[in-house]
Design a protein around this ligand. Structure first.
Ligand SMILES: [Zn+2]
Length: 298
């Protein structure tokens, strides 16, 4: 199932928070399938390491984990490599994904698919919530360059397509935050570094194809979709968007065929009176919901 033997998502490119061990990073899927007891026993073993001297000599059964494809990071049985380009796409833009630590453990994460489609030196994933100039010199240098953009929607953001028409410096790097909307907001506003680059947004009427995770509106795009649209604009090549979305479409159709339900957006559910939870009491939240129902951009 795997046309290329080479592992594309190099761990060296993924900056992990200090102390995060594999045992703490088991995916939800693994937990569901009995991984939880393995996690507990591994963590217990770590905690009791002082009293466990000598036990290390005993033969240990290898931990049973579902083997993961080294290229697409999907379980081998549902490897998506046949839907990835045979060779990484040729791009000149550098992409930095700032990933909230909670995203890394999600079963249906899209960033490994994105990284597998791009050259290793053009797609870097940084995991964390807080980034400072002292702790991340590379990122701070990137954020200070006039040719770096950050994709984060809002009143301050310029439409990417309009921006490149007028910009005297052609963008060389784009930063995208990967997380839920509230996680992304927290990362953007609590790290002053991310307000240094020019803030851009995508003006797109494309509905998200990532139908198996709930998005606030039909036009809220997943990180992979955002990267696909942004890169195709920056590289002036619509083929990039098609290629990057192919594995996502395959992932969604596979999940749907295997019992996943289409997660309709909050906007759709509200407009059609299908929203399953009671309306919030908090006035600000209620106002947000009303705006969503009336499709006013928030
Ligand atoms: Zn694969």
């Amino acid at each position: 199932m795997e046309p290329q033997k080479e592992a594309r998502t190099s761990p060296a490119l993924v900056a992990r928070p200090p102390g995060a061990s594999r045992s703490q990073r088991l995916s939800e899927e693994e937990r569901r399938e009995g991984g939880a007891s393995l996690v507990a026993s591994t963590l217990d073993a770590e905690a009791d390491s002082a009293s466990a001297e000598g036990l290390w000599e005993l033969p240990v059964e290898p931990a049973e984990r579902r083997p993961e494809c080294s290229r697409c990071s999907r379980p081998q049985k549902v490897c998506l490599c046949p839907f990835l380009p045979v060779h990484p796409l040729h791009i000149s833009t550098h992409l930095y994904i700032i990933q909230h630590p909670a995203e890394e453990n999600k079963v249906l994460r899209t960033v490994p698919l994105l990284a597998a489609c791009l050259p290793q030196d053009k797609c870097k994933v940084k995991i964390g919530r807080r980034f400072s100039e002292e702790r991340d010199v590379e990122l701070s240098t990137v954020c200070r360059k006039s040719s770096t953009l950050i994709l984060y929607p809002g009143a301050e953001a310029t439409d990417l397509e309009e921006f490149i028409l007028d910009s005297p410096v052609y963008p060389s790097t784009i930063i995208i935050i990967d997380g839920t909307w509230s996680q992304a907001k927290d990362i953007f506003y609590k790290n002053s570094l991310f307000r240094l680059p020019k803030q851009v947004q995508l003006k797109t009427s494309v509905s998200s194809q990532y139908v198996i995770r709930m998005q606030p509106t039909n036009t809220c795009l997943s990180t992979l979709e955002c990267a696909a649209v942004a890169l195709s604009i920056l590289e002036k090549n619509s083929h990039i968007q098609e290629t990057l979305l192919r594995p996502l479409q395959a992932l969604c159709s596979f999940q749907l065929q295997h019992g996943a339900q289409i997660r309709l957006s909050k906007e759709y559910l509200l407009k059609n009176g299908l929203y399953p939870k009671p309306m919030p009491r908090n006035k600000r939240k209620l106002r947000k919901m009303e705006l969503l129902m009336n499709s006013v951009k928030i």
